[in-house]
Write a protein of this length. Sequence first.
Length: 647
Amino acid sequence: MTESVQWAHSTCPHDCPSTCALEVEVIDSKTIGRVRGRKGHPYTDGVICGKVSRYADRVHHPNRLMQPLKRVGPKGVGMESYTPISWEQALDETATAFQETAKEFGSESVWPYFYAGTMGHVQRDGIDRLRHEMRYSGQHSTFCITLADSGWNAGTGKKRGTDGREIAECELLVVWGGNPVNTQINVMHQFQKARRARNAKLVVVDPYRTDTAEKADLHLKLRPGTDGALACAVMHVLFEEDYADWDYLEQYTDCPQELREHLKHRDPQWASAKTGIPVSQILEFARLYGSTPRSFMRIGYGFTRSRNGATAMHSVNSLPAVTGAWKYKGGGALYGNTELYQLNKTMICGLDLLDPKIRILDQSRIGPILCGDAQDLGTGPPVKAMLIQNTNPMMVAPETRKVRQGFMREDLFICVHEQFMTETAAMADIVLPATSFLEHDDYYTASGHTFLQISPAVIEPPGECRSNHVMLQQLGTRLGVKHPGFQMTAWELVLKTLADSGFEGGNNPEKRSFQIDFDPGFETSHYLDGFEHPDGRFHFRADWNQWPFAAEGMPQLPDHWEVIDEADSDKPFRLVTAPARWFLNSTFTELEISRKKLSKPRVKLHPQDCQEMGFSEGQGVRIGNERGEVQLEVEPFDGMQPGIAVG
Ligand SMILES: Nc1nc2c(c(=O)[nH]1)N[C@H]1C(S)=C(S)[C@@H](COP(=O)(O)OP(=O)(O)OC[C@H]3O[C@@H](n4cnc5c(=O)[nH]c(N)nc54)[C@H](O)[C@@H]3O)O[C@H]1N2
Ligand SMILES: Nc1nc2c(c(=O)[nH]1)N[C@H]1C(S)=C(S)[C@@H](COP(=O)(O)OP(=O)(O)OC[C@H]3O[C@@H](n4cnc5c(=O)[nH]c(N)nc54)[C@H](O)[C@@H]3O)O[C@H]1N2
Ligand code: SF4
Ligand SMILES: [Mo]
């Protein structure tokens, strides 16, 4: 007898540029088996990472939250502080807490808080519809992309770039501030094709020797936060040694003569002193880059983890505009494609209800905010109640010490909707069990490719799990919401959003998965029909004031902006918090395989530093500063400069 195996289409929902097309083995209506990449997808093409290929262990994990919980013991302990309650009771108590808080302190004292646990737009962003209708405080989402986005857009005008598939056609790939072997394996898959076909070269710009850097022809090990200096010196050489494409510069950029003048003194010696990279390597890279027309820059998020990230990104992003690499197939740059997708999300986000006068709080400042920081709170009330979906701020938000202190407040009502008892859930008064992407409907856009993928649920929700959308509907009903978005199912919201954006979704009652390619074609993705500024040019002169939150004193032309925390005798190391291959931010910590692959959290320190400080391999150390601290094991590592700690 032959066994008939059923495979359903799905899309990886995690916060990863790859947004891989998946195939999921369906064992029965409640159980999945294997998960694999979907062959033939034009970009992800059957390749996925190790953690998602073990997804059955995550969806069917014995620690999955299965029923609503109410806290009856102390915060921060976990399951034993909770007792099961019904959904009715959990939602009633949450609604009552929000209503009473809003009545006493005003609606802005309630702060819905979310990030990127799932990247599906319906399930991720629906919380904004509740926010806007109830006039709760807004959220400025600054965990990750803000600095990079503004730096990129200052140059090109829009967050889009060369199609990732063209990596396969390059002669040189420059991976700058990213570690795709860990964080988006598909880049390496595309690059292998270029390497096989024409021996394409790989340059990696990263403070430490990552698994990606291991594969590089040239690895530039710079000091963290000095990318602006490196980029300036490279452009200095491009101008001085005649690699600049003046026809391109005159036609497509705003002030090339001025840039050249500005860079006159930012030479490799100047940059070497700041970056710690030898002059010879800067020259080698500049000459290789300048002499290779089909040079593809894959720009990651790494260097944007420093305070000068926006100006560093803008400086790096200026390189292909100097050489004119944008003109060539396999040339140009890609940081992210999210603005390719022009979607009308009014129905999901309740944008028609948004009142710009309502206070917006900075997500990354949650610690100070919960501790009552007057600058953050402005003239508004303190935050007294929160709904948290899709994020684990106790682990991921900066200034850990204050985050913890804030969450410990007994006068703060917290409802967390989660799949697992995370560190944040363990601080909540009410914990609600959430579905996974395999158990709800949604659509996904990508950062690293051009497809919008529509993916219905593959199995039924386990236990009493409910999706973010259903939870918001049911809480909203209790709060008296009227927006039509609350009346629709998640699937109806998917189709409505597509229809409102001018795409054919059909009524599709049998819920088929499908995808739409937003590839704008070669001319547009390479900005050959103009950059996205009113003058159609790439801007070497950045207008930072177009962003309401821009800092004072940002250099307009590419530069090294000296606002980072330099190491000193008190704090001798600069910290790099690099993504681990078997975890995704704080997700996958429950997976046995991930725990096995990275048995202990470690900090890489240069052997010279270890010797000076008397540290040996495996020794436990506490690293930290006034904002927080963490206990790690020392791993002596010579693949970086001294004075850097890689956690
Ligand atoms: N396995 C895994 N995959 C992930 C994630 C994960 O945690 N684990 N996270 C996901 C998310 S949310 C994101 S945003 C992406 C991020 O993925 P990436 O774009 O790869 O960016 P980062 O995670 O910031 O770090 C990448 C590299 O930047 C380097 N870096 C740090 N500081 C600097 C600097 O000042 N200059 C330069 N040039 N490099 C620097 C780090 O050493 C690191 O190797 O990955 C996603 N995918
Ligand atoms: N310590 C540390 N801090 C970091 C990072 C890091 O790697 N380590 N990375 C930084 C970066 S680049 C980013 S983008 C941010 C990311 O920060 P977060 O967006 O908070 O990412 P995660 O830590 O993965 O937490 C996501 C949570 O969402 C839950 N979740 C997943 N799907 C759903 C769903 O459908 N519904 C609900 N209700 N919950 C769901 C998961 O179980 C998980 O606990 O963190 C930043 N800070
Ligand atoms: S590489 Fe990224 S998008 Fe692909 S399966 Fe892994 S986490 Fe998901
Ligand atoms: Mo991120």
